[in-house]
Ligand binder design. Structure first.
Ligand code: F7E
Length: 331
């Protein structure tokens, strides 16, 4: 039986990759912060349905010894390093904690695997934010990076550390360069979930408006369930390489809002207010990925369209707002 270790297991991608790995017969372990174990109701809603099949270990990305001990004990065959401070806006408010968690945390994981489980295959969650002020459209694995936030910079550092561990020590370590991927499990601070949760609350009379920043930014949005399948496929290959994972289609935040409001028969212009405080100091204007390599080498393709994604998210939030389980805590 293969053993997998996941950091960030309580997050959106952690929950979907756990489901995929359990379905494949893996023994699945997760690293969680001690506070998550103390408040399971609050922190574990995405993996609640899996808890009796997962083995969770308290450790912190800030502590090398805590990570080392878990890796030594679990002896994973595969490690999915998904934990990070992943909210780009917050990385402008606290650049330092973003860099600490994302750069040092990744470095600790790489080093601990090298020391304690060198045969473990390692996946690093790279990001399209590494392309930032893009040099070309669409972007592929050879497009130069130009990150626009501490978050993007931290991901470039994690990507480079991972590449260097692969090249210097001959370890099976790689990065997926994943574009925005969403689902009904997305956190409320990200624009897609912020919009769909507000659409549901507005439709059901629990709110009247949603405050947003830049409506003209364009993103290549896919479904997280599709994207974790690409992560797994990367680690099943003969050689470790980096891959872009995207749909190849870009839509603006305005288009997302327009479609989400129309799904329930509302006009976004009646409910969206622009809040200057939500405009980022440096914006990434357009992201659009070229996933040809993933298609050709991994035989991977996305299966959920933009329209289906918006529809699924709105539908889930409508249901949650009706049964009282929709609790928004985003900005
Ligand atoms: O913003 C604009 C905002 O926060 C998308 C993370 O998973 O994907 C994500 O990063 C766009 C930006 O995601 C609001 O300015 C307008 O242009 O949903 P987001 P992100 O920054 O693209 C990448 C691939 C990652 O790796 C990250 O971890 O929407 N926008 N108004 C807004 N964004 C937010 N959050 N809130 C607004 O009110």
């Amino acid at each position: 039986m293969k053993v997998a270790l996941i950091t960030g297991i309580t997050g959106q991608d952690g929950s979907y990759i756990s489901e995929l790995l359990l379905d494949q017969g893996y023994e699945v372990h997760g690293i969680v912060r001690r506070v998550a174990l103390e408040y399971p109701e609050h922190r574990m809603w995405r993996i609640r349905h899996l808890l009796d099949r997962l083995q969770l270990h308290p450790a912190s990305l800030e502590s090398y010894p805590s990570l080392f001990k878990v890796i030594q004990r679990v002896q994973p065959n595969e490690c999915y390093h998904l934990a990070a401070q992943s909210y780009v806006s917050y990385s402008f408010e606290d650049e330092f904690s973003t860099m600490n968690a994302n750069v040092n945390g990744t470095h600790y994981m790489l080093s601990a695997i090298r020391e304690a489980a060198p045969n473990c295959r390692f996946y690093f969650a790279g990001s399209s934010e590494m392309f930032g002020k893009v040099r070309e459209v669409p972007q592929n694995e050879d497009t130069p990076f130009h990150p626009r936030s501490a978050y993007g910079i931290s991901k470039v550092a994690g990507y480079e550390l991972t590449r260097n561990y692969r090249e210097a020590y001959g370890l099976f370590m790689l990065s997926g360069i994943l574009y925005n991927h969403e689902s009904p499990r997305r956190g409320f601070e990200f624009v897609t979930r912020k919009i769909t949760s507000h659409v549901a609350r507005i439709k059901n009379g629990q709110a009247t408006e949603v405050r947003l920043g830049n409506l003209d930014a364009k993103r290549d949005w896919g479904h997280a369930r599709d994207y974790v399948r690409a992560m797994w496929l990367m680690l099943q290959q003969d050689t470790p390489e980096d891959y872009v994972v995207s749909t190849g289609e870009s839509h603006s935040v305005r288009e997302f809002a327009d479609l989400a409001f129309r799904t329930v028969g509302l006009n976004y212009e009646d409910h969206v207010r622009i809040d200057q405080n939500l405009i980022r100091p440096a914006e990434v204007d357009i992201l659009c990925g070229d996933a040809t390599k993933s298609k050709e080498k991994l035989n991977w393709e996305h299966s959920t369209s933009f329209e289906e994604l918006v529809g699924e998210m709105v539908e889930a939030d409508m249901k949650a707002s009706e049964d009282g389980s929709l609790v928004t805590n985003g900005p």
